[in-house]
Design a protein around this ligand. Sequence first.
Ligand SMILES: [Mg+2]
Length: 103
Amino acid sequence: MSLNYENLSLKQWCELCHSIAKEKGFWDEKRNIGEALMLIVTELAEAMEGYRHQDHDNFREELADTFIRLFDLCGGLGIDIQAEIVKKSEKNKLRPYKHGKIC
Ligand SMILES: [Mg+2]
């Protein structure tokens, strides 16, 4: 039976991405969190390359990789990213225009 991806919550995406990463051995040893964060950055750099080369399929795929690595990390660390996004969005709504920056 295939999974219905359409209605997954962010928490479910974190659980799914983390379970796949664990199954593939990426959590066999204690994760270096700094390295995990930089691997997320490398996916964004790969997306930038896809964009620069006007390789739209690659651009979209690397953005997906970015989310997959981020969801995996949140899942592995037990972070409720949905709750964190809600909290931060509420905070951002109260900030001034362009967050008070002049330029
Ligand atoms: Mg990639």
